[in-house]
Design a protein around this ligand. Structure first.
Ligand code: UT7
Length: 323
């Protein structure tokens, strides 16, 4: 039985320079700062510049993560990119990032689980490391959702933003000092695909399409499904939710993340929320929030961190790490 495990050596982030505030949104669609804040907690979001691609955001977050981890780029032998907004239909955004980082060895590929993408990518890289197939992995969540929004649809365009986050995982051999990815729990159920999807794609329409969501129905499922996944994961890991130091949820809506924490009895001061400043950045939201909480000194080495997400598919899940 292998005693390899994946340690989070560092986290990195990148946000595009341009900020679109709720006041700016009022000039685009019939909405109000008050409505957006009250229903979602969002105050602003970042928007990628013309010509700034998902791979550019991802490469910048990866460089930041490697710098924070103190790890040489040459050590990376696996890149797993979570994105629903790839540069192109193919090749994978991961290989484009690999080229931008100047890496010519190892393997790079994308995983597609929309807002749960970071958890799916993390679980994939964790398993590669546990199996001895990778030694240093970049797990990147990177999105330019601004490119697939219908900017005439106020029910969706106010919710999302662009950004990227990255985690650098290194293979360590046991006995574990307790730092690392402890457990991941992934779920999906394709019966819910019509509640949150993009109405275009190469095979169905030969177009890129726009994001469509029945928000209130997604909301209804989100809290229960996420809380269920977290409970199952905590049981499998043999930990009590009360032992969690920090809760880093997917940043879709302040009401969802507080609803989940309340359901599980996680006090509000343990909840990391960046939804006000970033909006929903899909696969990038968890590493962006994780990064923000490391930078401001809340998450420290040795802390027990629980992450969760739900996204189109539906896909959902949770991950437990000791940072
Ligand atoms: O990350 C992937 C997962 N995604 C999510 O988790 C998103 C989940 N859903 C949500 O976060 C919320 O459902 C929304 C924020 C999308 C919407 O909040 P809600 O409280 O569920 O509102 P609603 O959709 O039930 O709409 C309430 C009202 C409607 O008007 P009527 O029909 O009551 O007259 C909407 O037309 O709010 C109206 N509305 C808006 N008003 C001003 C919808 N969007 C806007 C807007 N500005 N941007």
């Amino acid at each position: 039985m292998s005693d390899l495990y994946a340690r989070i050596a560092g986290i990195g982030a990148y946000l595009p320079e341009k900020i679109l505030t709720n006041a700016g949104m009022e000039a685009i669609v019939e909405t109000s700062d008050a409505w957006i804040k009250e229903r979602t907690g969002i105050e602003q979001r970042h928007i990628a510049a013309d010509g700034e691609l998902t791979s550019d955001l991802g490469a910048a977050a990866a460089r930041d993560g490697l710098k924070n981890a103190g790890i040489d780029i040459e050590a990376v032998d696996l890149i797993v990119v979570a994105t629903a907004t790839p540069d192109l239909t193919f090749p994978a955004t991961a290989t484009i990032i690999q080229e931008k980082l100047g890496i010519t060895h190892g393997a790079a590929f994308d995983v597609h689980a929309v807002c749960s993408g970071f958890l799916y990518a993390l679980a994939t890289a964790d398993n590669f490391i546990r199996c001895g197939q990778a030694k240093t992995a970049l797990v990147i969540g990177t999105e330019t959702f601004s490119r697939i929004l219908d900017w005439t649809d106020r029910t969706t365009c106010v919710l999302f933003g662009d950004g990227a986050g990255a985690a650098v995982l290194t293979a360590e051999s046991g006995p574990a000092d307790g730092q690392g990815v402890l457990k991941t729990h992934l779920r999906s159920d394709g019966r819910f695909r019509d509640l949150l999807y993009v109405d275009g794609g190469p095979s169905a329409t030969k177009t890129v399409g726009h994001l469509r969501m029945q928000g209130n129905q997604v909301f209804r499922h989100a809290v229960n499904k996420i809380a269920g996944s977290m409970k199952e994961l905590a049981d499998q890991a043999g930990i009590d939710i009360a032992d969690i130091d920090w809760f880093v949820p997917h940043q879709a809506n302040q009401r969802i993340l507080l609803g989940v924490s309340k359901k599980l009895g996680i006090p509000e001061h343990k909840v990391i929320s960046t939804v006000a400043k970033h909006g929903n950045t899909s696969a990038a939201s968890i590493p962006l929030a994780f990064d923000a909480a490391i930078r401001d000194g809340r998450i420290k080495r040795g802390d027990l961190v629980l992450m969760e997400a739900l996204g189109g598919g539906f896909t959902w899940g949770a991950a437990l790490t000791r940072y």
